[in-house]
Design a protein around this ligand. Structure first.
Ligand code: GLA
Length: 721
């Protein structure tokens, strides 16, 4: 690492006045200029600008230097990596708080920058704080920013905000983030960028059904395929701020940080607060380009699931709380027969849990329902060649439970507070070591005894006025939840975890550091689920997104949907089934058996390839493609969600093929409705295939069959040479 120490070393005449540091990877660069006074400044984050020679450093600084604007502070000022009004910045600060009532506006000294080309570390200190900021660019071009401050004063420092910000291109014009609700998570919302400081706050105490998931700024008209986009996501499972500042006298700033409550973080001498990672992604290939970087970055993690993602059967919508050995064994036998590889016993197996009114916290197998324990079921599941998974909701306690009676002091609230219940439950304080140890031991006993391979880790309420040790406690609790997951995995290294929170209220990269997939929504209505999955895919690759074939009549909407459509939707994910398969006809079971075989054949492609969302010019179509990394194959799902404007079906135009190779395009047998509603389907569909160069399939395309709303076709595109 080269260390530039402005304070300690006079600069020689040949050295630039302000050394410039560059991180570069995968077509992205971050250019940081050393501090003038205070902290360093980001000059550029976006398209790769190449190496910057020392001899060019002064000119780069001059090129982007901010002159004094009219009616402004008298001297030029830098937009630093942690901007405050001391610098001259009058937008939302990067750091805020107070020291004994006086505002915390640190005067940073001795700023140093150390960089090895992929990671850049800034250190500095003020009278009361030491700062360490890390900017780490990975091989996918994803930039993670993390600040840490340590108290260095006997007077405690009350921290109100510590947020990561980066400047984006001045040509941004539009903003996109997500909202949502239970069973309709991650709905996009788009608007023009307007002046001012805009903070999108999440105060759900968990990531939330309406979490922004990402906050993106883009050039005018950016879409899935095109446009320059700068986006940020906070890798954190609780309260958050995603923020944009557009001030007349500065470049637009994008950022994110943990939302801290008053008194939540108070730093004595030597105490450190480290922010969650703010994950920044730039692309000039629209939203799919942003997603590709997120996906590549996640797939490169050492802990990314590498084993093929098994076909799951989850018992929830099959039996709900009616757990009995014989019907569940029958369910397992049918499941194994149709190709299921992992059988997951959902809520209802533990002491007295006959409804959602009781028992959270009492993680012992209920002898009233399971007189011989879970052993007979687990043994049968194993004999059938499947893995066994089990549902827990570790952070919660029902008022009606042995745990609540024994340990009322373990709640995440003031003892005398009247916190509202939600789904008849309270939150356990996971920052309390005794409470956490209790949950760890209780879970470990069941997981260890049955060698449980998979935990569906649920969290079914928002967390409000959380108090730990007399202070706002959400930060400590959330870190405690992470620690519990880490401890559990350390004890049971084979264990996989699914992050679920009333469906998809915990979809974030913080929880995904210690889990293997998310449950994106409680809606198994495939039509409703399509957009939920599409917008979960903006952050996550398909292998991390649970996707189950639900019942013919959806339990959340009452809609009837054909099995083929439900299977086509679930295929593009970490696939499974969530319906009582013992009630299906032999013909339906045959169709599901063919589908699980198809999934097993194609998961290698689906879980490693490049995902794209194709706009075919018909708003009633949702089209998703996955192209193999070597471009030899692609799978495409075209789903009709509403009727289209034209009498003729539009052509399917692909993206990401090798334009010079020839491909065979054909509907995949056994799934979807290749012939659609056409009186006379396109001739090539009648023949069964087309063979054309990649360039023709991309630019001209092949006319699709006319599909009815609620139907889909899945096509394969295979290189011929
Ligand atoms: C939550 C989950 C569901 C199911 C139930 C069980 O709602 O999202 O999938 O596990 O809890 O109570």
């Amino acid at each position: 690492m080269t260390v530039v120490d402005r304070g300690a070393r006079p600069l020689g005449p040949a050295e630039p006045v302000r050394p410039v540091h560059v991180l570069r990877a995968a077509g992205v660069s971050l250019v940081v200029a050393a501090a003038v006074d205070g902290l360093p400044e980001v000059l550029h984050w976006g398209r790769d600008v190449g190496q910057i020679a020392d001899t060019d450093a002064d000119d780069v600084v001059l090129a982007l230097g901010r002159p004094v604007s009219p009616s402004a502070f008298d001297a030029p000022w830098p937009l630093t990596v942690l901007p405050t009004e001391r610098d001259g910045w009058e937008g939302r600060p990067g750091i805020a708080g107070h020291v004994d009532g006086a505002p915390l506006v640190p005067r940073w000294r001795d700023a140093r920058v150390a960089s090895d080309g992929m990671e850049l570390v800034v250190t500095a200190h003020s009278d009361v704080l030491a700062l360490r900021s890390v900017f780490a660019l990975d091989g996918a071009g994803v930039l993670r920013v993390r600040h840490a401050v340590t108290g260095r004063s006997d007077v405690p420092v009350h921290l109100q905000a510590l947020e990561a910000t980066l400047p984006v291109g001045e040509r941004v014009a539009e903003v996109l983030d997500l909202g949502g609700r239970w069973t309709r998570e991650r709905t996009p919302q788009r608007r023009a960028l307007t002046a001012g400081s805009h903070a999108r706050e999440s105060r759900r105490g968990r990531t939330g059904h309406d979490a922004p998931t990402l906050l993106a700024l883009g050039t005018s008209g950016f879409d899935d395929e095109a446009g320059e986009v700068w986006a940020v996501h906070l890798a954190w499972s609780a309260d958050a701020v995603h923020r944009i500042d557009l001030l007349a006298e500065a470049r637009p700033l994008l950022g994110a940080g943990e939302l801290l409550r008053a008194g939540e973080v108070v730093l004595g001498r030597g105490e450190t607060f480290t922010t969650p990672d703010a994950v920044f992604v730039w692309s000039d290939e629209g939203l799919d380009g942003v997603s590709a970087r997120f996906h590549d970055s996640l797939r490169a993690r050492p802990g990314h699931p590498r084993r093929p993602r098994p076909v799951v059967l989850n018992t929830w919508e099959a039996v709900y709380y009616r757990q009995e050995l014989a019907p569940l064994v029958a369910l397992a036998e049918t499941a194994a027969d149709i190709g299921v590889e992992r059988f997951v016993l959902d809520d209802g197996w533990f002491l007295g849990r006959r409804s959602d009114r009781t028992s959270l916290g009492d993680w012992r197998v209920d002898p009233a329902v399971w007189p011989d324990g879970l052993r007979p079921l687990v043994d049968r599941v194993r004999e059938l060649g499947m893995e066994f998974g089990l549902w827990f909701e570790p952070e919660m306690v029902s008022p009606v439970s042995e745990l609540a009676v024994a340990h009322p002091e373990w709640l995440l609230q003031r003892p005398d507070d009247d916190v509202r219940t939600w789904r008849n439950q309270y939150v356990l304080d996971m920052a309390n070591p005794d409470a956490r140890a209790f949950v760890l031991e209780a879970m470990s006993a069941v997981i260890g005894e049955h060698h449980v391979e998979f935990v569906k880790w649920d969290q079914n309420r928002d967390v409000v006025h959380a108090v730990h040790d007399g202070r706002a406690g959400l930060d400590a609790h959330t870190r405690g939840v992470y620690a519990l997951m880490d401890e559990l995995r350390a004890r049971h290294p084979w264990l996989e975890i699914e992050a679920c929170a009333s469906g998809g209220a915990r979809v974030d990269l913080g929880v995904l550091e210690r889990t293997d997939r998310v449950w994106p929504s409680d809606t198994n209505d495939a039509l409703e689920r399509l957009p939920v999955q599409r917008w979960t895919e903006v952050l996550l690759p398909l292998e991390l997104i649970g996707s189950h074939v639900g019942p013919e009549v959806s339990h959340t909407t009452g809609r009837h949907l054909d099995l083929d459509f439900r299977m086509a939707v679930s295929l593009f994910g970490s696939a499974g089934i969530e319906t009582d398969v013992t009630t299906l006809t032999p013909v339906e079971l045959d169709r599901i058996r063919a589908w699980t075989a198809l999934y097993r054949r194609e998961r290698g492609l689906l879980h490693t390839g490049r995902l794209r969302h194709l706009d075919l010019g018909d708003p009633g179509l949702a089209t998703t493609s996955v192209v193999a990394t070597d471009r030899s194959r692609a799978l495409v799902r075209v789903a009709r969600t509403a009727t289209g404007p034209q009498s003729l079906a539009v052509p399917l135009r692909l993206r990401g093929l090798d334009r010079t190779r020839r491909y065979r395009l054909a509907p995949v047998a056994g799934i979807g409705v290749p012939h659609g509603l056409d009186m006379v389907p396109p001739q090539w569909i009648e023949r069964g295939f087309l063979e054309l160069p990649g360039a023709v399939l991309e630019d001209v395309g092949a006319r699709l069959p006319m599909l009815a709303p609620g139907t889909a076709v899945v096509l394969e595109c295979r290189a011929l040479d």
